[in-house]
Every structure is written in structure tokens, then in C-alpha cells.
Ligand binder design. Structure first.
Ligand code: FAD
Length: 297
């Protein structure tokens, strides 16, 4: 099923996982999928080469999610250092596995400078989106940034780029993580003003490690609100307490978003099913009140 259609019964609850690093066996991710499948998400997305994970496993993992577990799969695909031929090979593999959903991304610039944008076959994600639309058969998602993408000249130019992605054929959006819902609400108002009306899933990352969130936010430009900074400072040397506080904080963010009529919640699971399980457990009753009848067992 195309994810675009899933949003007809929003809120859509989705989970994100990443393939293991190249030196680690792919088998490690299967236990993760097994545990996450119990949570009955509307779809599971699989990243592509993010954080050093193996690109080559994305299609294989998406295939297992879709064809072994019967859960919709969203395969991420980046274009910054890909040729059109490589992209078409991946799309053909996805098609033959009956996977109908792609999150089309530019990808981060490699830090070793191996890819100069001017020499690349794709300039920006909008070019990949247009190519996938032309290839046919996929519901296409794109990334968006409530706190503005780190490379953007300013908020307005970032919004213009986002509008171009929608005009190229994106059907739905998933946000970068944010820890303050007000950024999301302000962003949604701006989308209304520029007539971007496709569904937007809110990307929520449960924070269970201080160093990790400081590294991630310094790379992606998301800010850490004072309220959450106090939690990090208080529990940085008490991993169990920080984990519980991070789970409660994420659940509170999600309940607020659901109450405000969000189209979807996309949980960055960081391949930690026990954390996702606790969060989904905390929101499951709210989900059922909102008409999303899938109930956490
Ligand atoms: P684009 O939309 O192309 O934008 C990139 C930058 O270029 C922005 O600053 C934009 O404002 C600017 N821009 C766009 N068009 C123009 C133009 N015409 N002129 C001037 N400037 C322009 N990375 C991975 O490697 N693998 C993943 O699996 C992955 N999954 C992700 C999932 C989500 C939900 C999100 C939010 C991000 C993900 N990323 C992933 C990270 C993403 O690849 C980076 O944020 C990347 O730097 C930008 O990708 P994009 O698709 O948003 O790029």
C-alpha cells in the first residue's frame, strides 16, 4: 500500500530503523524488526547509509519488513553521490520486492569532500523526487526541517526549496527531530502560508544519551530547550534515570502533537525496540481515542 493513502486515516504511527554498520552482521537488525513488529506500526522506514550504516542492506531489510512481517516499508534513498543508473537499479529492486514507498533525500555531503555537487548527477532532493516520479509506481516522501536545514541561506529559502520538492512530486513529509513542539507548530503555519498541504509526520527522537543527542543536534541544527537541558544535566551520570526521563519526555511531546491533530508521528527508534515499546505503550490509549484502532498489546 502507498503511504500517501495511509494518511487518509491519520494519525499515522511509524518507526525508523537503520541497517547495521558494514562490519556488523545484518542478522542483528532482524531481532529489532521482530520486536518492533509487535508494536503494529503503520509503516517502518529503513535509512540509507545514514550514520555510517550499510547502504546495500536497505532494500533487503525493507523487503523483510514488507514481505515477511506484512508491514508497509519505506526505503530511504539518497542521491548526493549516486548516478541515475544506480538509483534506477535500486528502484527496480524495490519494485520487484513490491515496495511502493521511497523517502527521497539528497543526503549529507561526505566529510572527505568526495562529492562536489556541481559534478553530481543530482543537485538536490527535488531532482531525485522528479526522477522517481518519472520512473513511476512509488509514493514519495521528503525531509523537512522545522528549525531550518543547516545549509540553508535562511528560513525563506529553505521553505522555497521544500515547496520545490512538493512540486516535483513529494506526497508526504517527515520532519527532522525537534525537542520543542513550538518549532513544529510554527513550521506548520508557514507551510499553510506557502500552500504546502501534504501530510507532515513529526519526527520524534527519544533521548537516552547526553553525548549522542549533543552530537546529533550539533550536526542537524535542532536545538535543545532549557527544559530538556535540565534533564540532561541532572541525569547524565545515571543512564537508567536519563532513559526513563527521555522516554517520558518523548511521550509527552507525542501526546501534545496528537492532541493538536498532527498527521503522523515518526519515531526514530535508534534500533532500540524496548524504548519504542515503552513510548508506544504510553500513547496507545490516546491512539485508540483518536480513531487509529491499532492497539498495543
Ligand atoms: P534538499 O532538500 O536537497 O536540501 C538540502 C539543502 O539544499 C537545504 O539547505 C535546502 O534549503 C537547499 N536547497 C535545496 N534546493 C535548493 C536550490 N535549488 N538552491 C539552493 N539551495 C537549495 N541522510 C542519509 O544519508 N540517509 C538517510 O536515510 C536519511 N534519512 C533522513 C530522514 C529524515 C526524516 C530526515 C529529516 C533526514 C534524513 N537524512 C538522511 C539526512 C538528510 O540527507 C540531510 O538532512 C541532507 O543534508 C539534506 O537532505 P534533503 O533531502 O533535505 O536535501
Amino acid at each position: 500500500m502507498k503511504i500517501k493513502e495511509l494518511f487518509n486515516k491519520s494519525p499515522v504511527i511509524s518507526l525508523e530503523i537503520f541497517p547495521p554498520k558494514p562490519e556488523t552482521s545484518i542478522d542483528t537488525v532482524f531481532d529489532t524488526i521482530d520486536a518492533l513488529s509487535d508494536l503494529k506500526p503503520d509503516f517502518i522506514s529503513v535509512t540509507y547509509g545514514a550514520g555510517g550504516s550499510s547502504k546495500s542492506h536497505t532494500v533487503q531489510i525493507a523487503d523483510i519488513i514488507k514481505n515477511k512481517y506484512g508491514i508497509e516499508a519505506l526505503a530511504h534513498l539518497t542521491c548526493i553521490s549516486s548516478t541515475k543508473k544506480e538509483v534506477e537499479d535500486i528502484l527496480a529492486r524495490l519494485r520487484s520486492s513490491n515496495i511502493e514507498n521511497v523517502l527521497a533525500l539528497r543526503g549529507d555531503r561526505p566529510q572527505d569532500g568526495t562529492c562536489i555537487l556541481e559534478e553530481a548527477e543530482y543537485g538536490y532532493a527535488k531532482d531525485l523526487i522528479a526522477h522517481i516520479r518519472n520512473f513511476g509506481g512509488f509514493s514519495i516522501g521528503a525531509a523537512c526541517y522545522p528549525e531550518v536545514h543547516v545549509e540553508a541561506r535562511d528560513s525563506l529559502s529553505d521553505l522555497r526549496s521544500l515547496k520545490a520538492k512538493v512540486e516535483s512530486g513529494a506526497d508526504f513529509l517527515i520532519t527532522q527531530l525537534f525537542l520543542d513542539n513550538n518549532f513544529f507548530y510554527d513550521f506548520k503555519e508557514k507551510l499553510d502560508l506557502i500552500d504546502v498541504n501534504i501530510p507532515v509526520s513529526a519526527g520524534i527522537m527519544p533521548v537516552i544519551n547526553k553525548k549522542q543527542i549533543e552530537r546529533i543536534t550539533s550536526l542537524c541544527g535542532a536545538s535543545i530547550p532549557a527544559k530538556f537541558k535540565r534533564i540532561l544535566d541532572k541525569y547524565e551520570n545515571n543512564p537508567e534515570a536519563l532513559k526513563e526521563a527521555g522516554i517520558a519526555y518523548a511521550a509527552e511531546q507525542i501526546i501534545d502533537l496528537l492532541s493538536s491533530g498532527v498527521d503522523g508521528i515518526h519515531l526514530y527508534t535508534m534500533n532500540k525496540p524496548e524504548v519504542a515499546r515503552k513510548i508506544i505503550g504510553q500513547i496507545s490509549n490516546i491512539r485508540s481515542y483518536l480513531g487509529n484502532n491499532i492497539k498495543y498489546a
